[in-house]
Design a protein. Structure first.
Length: 164
């Protein structure tokens, strides 16, 4: 299977919106995040069943890199994308990975990253730790629940940022 690190940095998703792109409505944001919760919950649960020790170590390393990059939102966001991609790859389900890629295309409409403050990154990394530990323990229910909580927190932050 492809490595969690196999994607060259030039292929890291970076949102760039045309100047005429409409601002997504709250309903659209919620709909996108609802689908992301479904996909991330499934991916984390499947990763708990299939992830290798090396993939789990990579998740730990990527999460540490996110925290280390907390002063650079773009870098933290790129590493965060790699972290989530690693979970999808560890799920061993190419259809789930393809669905996640399609959803990421829609998420580009949301605009720039919300990983622009250090407190937010600390919360993200703590939530990632819980996902990793559930995957390491091969607990698919806990992994899925931790992933869902992580995305629900992200949605709350996204909506808060949109309204400020």
């Amino acid at each position: 299977p492809p490595s969690c690190r196999s994607r060259p940095r030039s292929h890291v998703w970076r949102p760039s919106l045309p100047p005429h792109a409409p601002t997504p409505r709250q309903t659209e944001i919620v709909e996108l995040y609802e689908m992301r919760v479904v996909l991330e919950r499934a991916a984390a649960g499947m990763a708990a069943k299939h992830a290798s020790a090396a993939e789990i170590d990579t998740m730990v390393d990527l999460n540490a890199q996110i925290f280390a990059a907390r002063a650079d939102a773009r870098a933290a966001s790129a590493i965060n994308q790699d972290f989530h991609r690693c979970i999808y790859l560890a799920s061993r389900n190419r259809f789930l990975l393809a669905s996640a890629r399609a959803l990421n295309n829609a998420l580009m409409l949301l605009g720039p990253t919300t990983l622009d403050d250090k407190a937010r990154i600390k919360t993200v990394c703590q939530q990632h730790d819980k996902i990793i530990e559930a995957i390491r323990s091969a607990d698919d229910d806990d992994a899925g629940a931790a992933a869902a909580l992580h995305l629900e927190t992200s949605l709350r932050h996204r909506l808060k940022v949109q309204h400020t």
